[in-house]
Structures are given as structure tokens and as C-alpha cells.
Ligand binder design. Structure first.
Ligand code: SF4
Ligand code: SF4
Length: 304
């Protein structure tokens, strides 16, 4: 069983309880304009180009079978749309100006990494978290990985944005201890303009998940100029208020650190978002706390 991942991040403390190993799976069924992991949008390997590292040796021009690398007006131009992700140019670029993001791994490959961190999980109450992208898109790989973790007594968590047929998530649930479910907005307008996922399905899947009885943490990334109004947070939390298995709700302030990845992938980056200030986050948390239990990673549980 093989999966396509971008990274395995060890010693993560923001992806569930305790110290965790987070596996980032490729492929996503939303296209949030602010996403800081755009390299996970596609299920396929992708080429990243960092021109600041290029020494102009020209090797990539000779090895690429698709004519992706071109010299235009003395500038090295990368026609990403022609790239098939074969990796030849990245292998021959000694200055690491070219990198392939996305690699196929077996369940056993990932387990090998996870086993190294088992003592930390035991001491901290941590475990493994599947993230992305949308890990549920690679449900067969995810299921096998989670199953083997459970058999080894490792705590398992999933970060998901809910835009898929519920039957795929259902396949994973017997092997999950916690689901961290993103509700990025409530307004139809925001879904249509910047999330591009199926709003009705995302909201309905959360209720179906709640019906199963598994602990759920709901998170909202707070994106300045998109969903940072009191009304938006109030609408989201009103929808969450009758969930029976909600452990807590969290607001995660946006950061603009993904820009460098958009540039490297040749993707357009929308620059109109801002990071909400601490005071604004606290106000929104108070609004949310009127309807649900709110948790802040630094300040703990918030009173309404
Ligand atoms: S192989 Fe690397 S260093 Fe050489 S021209 Fe291509 S990108 Fe630049
Ligand atoms: S990954 Fe392959 S197809 Fe893409 S630019 Fe490099 S050599 Fe060309």
C-alpha cells in the first residue's frame, strides 16, 4: 500500500494532544486561497524552483524531456504547466534550486519513522496525526496506516476539511481516536469565492461524524478580510452548538508564510489577507464561547 506525501514532521505540538508525528498527504478537494500548503493541492509530485539558489549551470535544460526550462530575455523561466514531475532536473541540480515535492511511501516507511518517536508519545500523551491537503482523499493508504498504528497502541488523529463523500471518512473512523475538523466559514459567499469546496457537504459531514460518537475538535482558521467578523464566528458556532462530541472549538490566526511556496510552484498568491491581531482573536473567542467550549493553545479554555 503506497501513499503520496509531502512531509513527515516530527515533534509537532500543534496537531493534537502531546508530542506528535504529522504526516502530510498530497491532494486536496478544497482550494482555499490563503492555504499555506499549496504543494498539497495536487495528488501528483510537483516541481519547486528557487531561483535564488540557481548558479546557472544549465544542467536542467539538457536533462528535461519536456522543455520546461527556458531562457527568456536572459532569465531562467520554468514552464510549470508542461512539467510531468519526473524529477530528472531536480536530481541533477546540485545547488538545490530545483526540488520535487511529493514522494511515494509505503505504510511501512511511515511506520518506521513513527516507531522512532514512540517513547515521546508515551511520555506526552501524543501520537500520529494525518494532515494535508485532505488525507481522506487517499483513504486506502490512510486506513492501513491508522490501522497499524492502532494495533501498535499509538494514539491517532486526523485533520480534515470535510469535502468528500462521507463513506470515505467512515472507513477511517474505527482506527481514529480524534478528528480535527475544519469549518473555515459559514457564509455561502466565502465558500464560493475563496474556499471552492462544497459547503453543504462539508457542514453535513460534520453532523454525520458527530452521530458516530468520536471526539471532535473543530477549528476555524481566521483570515483577515475573509471570515474575521463577529457575525461569521457567531454563525459557525451556532451550527456547532448542538454537537454532542465536540471536545472544543479553536480559532487559528492566519499567517502569510506560504507565499514562498506559491512562488516556487509558479502559482499566483492572493495578497489581500492579513493576520488578525491578538485583541481581535480574543474578541472572536469570546463571541464563540457564548455557544461552545473554546480553547486557545496558549491561554487554555476561554470563558464566554
Ligand atoms: S540545474 Fe539547478 S543550478 Fe543548474 S541551471 Fe538548472 S536550476 Fe540552475
Ligand atoms: S521534473 Fe522532469 S519534466 Fe519537470 S522540469 Fe524537471 S525534468 Fe522536466
Amino acid at each position: 500500500m503506497k501513499g503520496m506525501i509531502t512531509d513527515i514532521q516530527r515533534f509537532s505540538v500543534h496537531d493534537g494532544p502531546g508530542i506528535r508525528t504529522t504526516v502530510f498527504l498530497k491532494g486536496c478537494s478544497n482550494r482555499c486561497a490563503w492555504c499555506h500548503n499549496p504543494e498539497t493541492f495536487s495528488l501528483k509530485p510537483q516541481l519547486e524552483f528557487f531561483p535564488e539558489h540557481c548558479i546557472g549551470c544549465g544542467r536542467c535544460f539538457t536533462v528535461c524531456p519536456e522543455g520546461v526550462h527556458r531562457m527568456e530575455h536572459g532569465v531562467h523561466v520554468v514552464k510549470q504547466e508542461l512539467c510531468i514531475g519526473c524529477g530528472r532536473c531536480a536530481d541533477s541540480c546540485y545547488s538545490h534550486a530545483l526540488v520535487i515535492t511529493g514522494r511515494q511511501v509505503t505504510v511501512e516507511d511511515v511506520l518506521e519513522q513513527i516507531r522512532m518517536d514512540e517513547p515521546y508519545y508515551k511520555r506526552s500523551g501524543g501520537g500520529i496525526t494525518l494532515s494535508g491537503g485532505e488525507p481522506v482523499l487517499q483513504w486506502e493508504f490512510a486506513k492501513e496506516l491508522l490501522k497499524q498504528c492502532k494495533e501498535a497502541g499509538i494514539h491517532t488523529a486526523l485533520q480534515t476539511a470535510g469535502n468528500y463523500d462521507f463513506k470515505y471518512l467512515k472507513e477511517l473512523l474505527p482506527y481514529l481516536d480524534l478528528v480535527m475538523y475544519d469549518i473555515k466559514a459559514f457564509s455561502e459567499d466565502i465558500y464560493a469565492k475563496v474556499i471552492h469546496g462544497d459547503r453543504v457537504r462539508i457542514l453535513a459531514n460534520l453532523k454525520s461524524l458527530d452521530g458516530i460518537g468520536i471526539p471532535i475538535i473543530v477549528r476555524t482558521p481566521v483570515i483577515g478580510s475573509v471570515n474575521d467578523s463577529g457575525q461569521e464566528i457567531e454563525d459557525i458556532t451556532a451550527y456547532l452548538a448542538d454537537l454532542k462530541n465536540l471536545v472544543h472549538y479553536m480559532l487559528i490566526p492566519y499567517h502569510g508564510l506560504g507565499k514562498v511556496k506559491y512562488d516556487a510552484l509558479g502559482m499566483e498568491y492572493q495578497n489581500s489577507f492579513y493576520t488578525p491581531g491578538e485583541e481581535q482573536i480574543q474578541q472572536l473567542e469570546k463571541i464563540a464561547a457564548r455557544q461552545v467550549q473554546v480553547y486557545n493553545i496558549e491561554r487554555g479554555y476561554i470563558n464566554g
